[in-house]
Each structure stands twice: as C-alpha cells, then as structure tokens.
Design a protein around this ligand. Structure first.
Ligand SMILES: [Mn+2]
Length: 381
C-alpha cells in the first residue's frame, strides 16, 4: 500500500497581509500530480488544513476543489489541527464519505460505512485491494475538547489515552498507522511554531503506539523524523516564516504492514521566503529585483532613514513582503550618533527630508523652531 503523507496546508494564511491562495492552489495541484505519478492509494493530511477556525469562503472553495481532485481513485483523510475548528471541518462528513474523503474532527467515525471504508471510535479502516489499513486518528487534542477529563489526569495522560483508544483498531495482520496532530518534545521548531505554542502543548514521543508501522504527524513546519520511532513530520506545503528556509516535501510511505519504506518527494511550486540584509534603498531594490520569484523580507541595516519615496519604490516590488528596521537598541545608538554635533535646525531639516523626500521650506523650519523654543522645557538630548 502506498500512503502519501502531508500536513499543515494552512489554506488562507496570509504573509505580511498578502493572500497566498494562488501559491496554495499551485502546490496542491503539484501534490495531485505526485499522487498520480506515484500511484498513491491513500493521502493523509495530518492537520492544520485551514489557517483559522473560520476560514474565508475562498479558502474553503480551494480546499473542496482540491479534496475532490485528490480523492479521485483513492482515499483522502484529513484530520483537524490546532488551527482548525474540528466541528466545522467534519460538518460535511456525510457528503465527504460519498467522495472517498474522510474529515476527522474527533469522536466516532461510524458515519463511514461503505464497501471500502468503515469507522468506529477514533479510527477508520480502509480496504485497498487485499490489504486493510487500520488508521488511528488523533486530531489535535485541545483541552477545550477533552476538557471534562482534564481534572483527573495530566495533559500527556489524556493524549496517551486518546491515542490508545484509537489504536485499539490495530490488528496483527493489518497495516497499522496513526495520523496525529501533536507537538512532540525534541521536534524542531521555527519562531512561528513557538508563537503557536499557546494552544499546542508539548507531549513526549512515548505517547506514540509501538504497534504502529508508521505515524504521520502534523504541527511542525520543517520536515522532521522523530528519533527512535517510525514517526515523521512531513512539514508544511509552503514556508510560513522567514525563519523557515527548509525545502518543502511530501512523504511517500510504502508498507505491507511489516516492512515500511519512506521517501521524501520534493515540492517545487510556491514561492520561497528569504530574508536579506540591505544597507541602502538601492541595495534593497537590487535584492528585490534579483529575488523576483520569492517573498523577501528586507532587514534594513543603515543609520540613514529611508525616505517616503524610497519606501514607496520598495513596496512596489513584486518580491517585497516585509521590512525590518534596525533592532531598537542599535536604533537608539544610531539616532544618538546622527544627532551628535548637529543643531536642532539641521536635525529637523534632515528629518523632514527623510520623510517627504523634499527640502523643508523656510517657513516650515521657522515654525518648528518657534514651537521648539516655546515648549519651555529646553531641548536636551
Ligand atoms: Mn501548522
């Protein structure tokens, strides 16, 4: 049986305020081409289908269009991640079941009951030719969903009990696989993952069932194999953080229930995120021209402020995604060194020029000097 493992689609996610639906469309198309070429029997999406609990209609439309395409001639299974609303994800489960699509938000999957797919509490079984995939499903275990049990046990005990309950579907002769959205200790993180930690607690890899021939994980956006376990994070479809320069991929898992081989298949569509230093507006513009196929964050490392006109030129560039000013402490040091030896009049003229791109006229300068003198506080550095 061939299983294609992917996760963290984050459909609808913005980058510095800009939508990326076009890129998500392209990379999901590529995923379908890979599934066809590799003759995948099952596609597992290990959570974070959408970026928010209430995705926009355009994000939902993109998901359903690709879900239908990806499930043609095979099974598509998508579980809820910490970004998804599990109830919303599984709302169309009856419709999904008719299309070889399984939308897992937790609970009992008895709604899946066909010649090839049957379900029960925490699991589905999928028949492919003469093989049976026993698929334990562990959507993101939020305390809100598992709340009533939270008093008696630690979070890790609750998660372990959920996984054990799902893994009760495993059989000696079957292909036993877990699909889970979890934040395991020891896994690589990007700055973005850290920020999202708030709702995703760490658990030990010891919660993973030993009887699973493979565990398809979601949550970490860089591809990562969990040491000592047949468990992997496929990583996200696209980079979502300028700290994440990892190559994007999906995992092709070939298994007969005993022997398992895992191979990474690279994803090539969707733009890379790059962070570049610039010391002048000209350098920033040059970088943005050279990196036209990427999303670029410019770290501006000069003590000379950019003018409004220069900012406009930079923002116009297709590759421009974000601009980081100097860190605050060096910014203050820079300001002090700019001031040194200059009169208030000179400083104001310099500031005015930096903001407007033109020289201040005499009246404006005089008005500023009057206001400064009239403040009665005495201007000190
Ligand atoms: Mn995610």
């Amino acid at each position: 049986m061939k299983i294609l493992h992917t996760a963290d689609w984050h459909i609808g996610k913005l980058l510095a305020g800009r939508p990326r639906l076009l890129e998500q469309d392209e990379v999901l198309t590529e995923l379908g081409e890979i599934a066809d070429r590799e003759a995948a029997d099952v596609i597992l999406v290990a959570g974070d289908i959408f970026d928010t609990a209430t995705p926009a209609a355009a994000a939902q439309a993109l998901f359903y269009r690709h879900a239908l395409r990806l499930s043609a001639g095979r099974h598509l299974v998508a579980i809820a991640g910490n970004h998804d609303d599990p109830e919303r994800l599984k709302a169309p489960e009856g419709l999904a079941a008719a299309c070889n699509i399984i939308l897992a938000g937790g609970g009992d999957y008895g709604v899946y009951d066909s010649k090839t797919v049957t379900g029960g509490p925490g699991f589905v079984r999928i028949r492919v030719r003469d093989e049976t995939l026993n698929l334990a499903l562990a959507p993101f275990p939020s305390l809100a969903r598992l709340g009533e049990k939270a008093d008696e046990k630690t979070y890790e005990e609750i998660v372990r009990a959920e996984i054990d309950r799902a893994a009760a579907c495993f059989t000696p002769g079957g292909i036993n696989v877990l699909c889970a959205h979890l934040f395991l200790t020891g896994s690589l993180t990007t700055a973005n993952d850290e920020r999202e930690l708030g709702s995703a607690k760490l658990v030990s890899p010891a919660v993973l069932p030993h009887a699973a021939v493979y565990t398809a994980l979601g949550h970490i956006h860089k591809p990562f194999a969990v040491p000592g376990h047949n468990a992997r994070y496929s990583g996200s479809l696209l980079s979502h953080s300028f700290d994440d320069a990892s190559d994007k991929q999906v995992l092709l898992v070939e298994t007969d229930g005993t022997d398992t081989a895992v191979r990474a298949v690279p994803l090539t569509r969707g733009k890379r995120l790059k962070r570049r230093d610039a010391h002048s507006a000209a350098e920033a513009l040059d970088i943005l021209d050279r990196e036209a196929g990427a999303h670029v964050e410019i770290v501006y490392r000069s003590q000379v402020p950019l003018t409004a006109g220069e900012m406009r030129e930079i923002r116009k560039k297709e590759a421009y995604a974000n601009l980081l000013p100097l860190p605050p402490e060096s910014g203050a040091a820079a300001a002090a060194s700019v001031r040194r030896g200059k009169s208030d009049r000179e400083l104001f003229e310099q500031f005015y020029h930096s903001r407007t791109g033109t020289a201040a006229d005499g009246d404006t300068v005089e008005l500023f000097m009057e206001l400064l003198a009239g403040s009665g506080e005495g201007y000190t550095e």
